[in-house]
Write a protein that binds this ligand. Sequence first.
Ligand code: ISL
Ligand code: CA
Length: 598
Amino acid sequence: MGKIPWWKEAVFYQVYPASFKDTNNDGWGDIPGLIAKIDYLHDLGVNCVWLSPMFESPQKDMGYDISDYQAVYSRYGTLSDVDNLIAACHARGMKLILDLVVNHTSDQHPWFQESRSSKTNPKRDWYMWKPARYDANGNRMPPTNWRSYFAGPTWTWDELTQEYYLHLYDTSQPDLNWENEECRKAIYNEAMRFWLDRGVDGFRIDTVNKYSKRTDFPDAPVTMPGETDQPAAEMWCNGPRIHEFIREMNEQVLAPYNAVSVGELSNTPLPSQVLPYVSAAARELDMVFEFSTIRLGTGGPFHGKYLYREFPLSELKAYVATWQQWLEGTDGWHTVFCENHDNGRAVSRFGDDSTVESWEASAKTIALWQATLTGTIFLYQGQEIGMVNMPKEWAIEQEYKDVESLNFYREAKASGDAERIRKTEEGLRILARDHSRIPMQWDASPNAGFTSAGVSPWMRVHDGFKDLSVEKQEGDEESILGFYKKMLKLRKEYAGLFVHGAFRPVLQEDETLFVYVKDDQGSEESGVQADKKRKALVVMNFSGKPAILQEHNLNVAATLGSKHGGERLLVTTLKKKDLSMMEAGTLKPWESRVYLSY
Ligand code: ISL
Ligand code: CA
């Protein structure tokens, strides 16, 4: 058995640079700010930083619209700041990965500027251009009826050359044409090798399953009658040549540099579709983000994305069980995460942020939940202090900045349908991407220590920052931050159980308790042999009411099936002052525990 790769037991942490830490008082976070906080991350137990796009960009989609792959957006810093960041990470034994956004570029990228300049330009074919269609009355129509992710059609008319170009996202994000080999080579060189040569350790790969589109460009079936643009993800997700493209990227770039890769895999709900991306034998990606859990509560893709739908706990548990068990007997690997820059905060969605007590307890339960799941764990900035969604009273048009939120809101308003407007507002207040993008709350000073007093941050600071900040929690073992540190340590210490363990769900239909058993699978990395007798029982109360285990038919000893007949409490979310009142058979609201068998 060879040593397993470093990234399986590593803790990854996503930094959204605009909102992490501003050092030059322009209201935007920057790379020097991240460097200043590297020791904080190291102390938390982070092994690898994933930095969201910091490349040159007109910022129509917060840097996911890149106009120069080899330059740093000036508000974020310079190339030498990135070099310093790489050095700062490596000096502490940490790694750094960047975001690779190569499904599309910005329309300001020189490649697109050339491509759009004439039909005979050598880079014309680097993007996807198509002639118009005309209806019976001679009106010009896009080549297909596809709806884009950010509302409106996937096609924009370009006057100069009288053709449409394809964009799955904003009109300012034209899709690259991966069918063109020269274009692929340019991506590998300019967007990838350039950074790997500077020392970055790999990439989080944006929209990794969308590079191969159906090139016969059929209309999508009409599933939303009355709408001009129709959901059409099957036209571009997991397309005919996708695995060929990713294998090529791996063979030509990732593998030679021994670079770690984690692909973003939306619209791919079946394990059988996911396996080819992450099976070690397939030599494509090391891991992917699969979306079932993080999309819970969203009404559906496209037009319905921001229509909030309440979901029972059993639905969450079913997804977790599926994605914890699907790799058994395969050579694939998986990720564990519940937050990123595209979703509302976990404690506001899966926990309960309505009172101080429920906020604190449910944030810790989320920490315990994540830290005991199998796969590589990813945290998002602020998750470790239990950051919450923006206040419900904030005006959407003033405080929300995301192109997707604002387009959906505008679209709802244009419909004139009062119920749809109301539902969209309600949905955005829970699900909008903006919630995770407000400034990191460092301390109680004005602007939460994100930037100096008197500066206007690019997004408003949460009103509650004085009670919810790193400073307030640092040094307090019983805080959410303290608990994350503790859980991340336990996760490493018991890697055979938590990182690698076999997952067995218990009481799947119960709507209050979230329970599972982990069987020790050992850890080659730590050189620990699997202790077949050792098991962990994770019991979490996902409710604001006390839960009497017996009433839920849960017997800890019997469920663990301890070989030597015993179990011990490894960890609980309770504070010391409550421990004496701890009842073995009752969980307090949002309390959770892990028992180990012996
Ligand atoms: O529903 C979706 C978007 O609303 C997703 O399926 C989407 O395709 C996916 O989340 C892609 O996200 C990534 O690429 C986008 C960017 O805006 C996101 O921030 C990024 O994470 C376009 O580059
Ligand atoms: Ca700045």
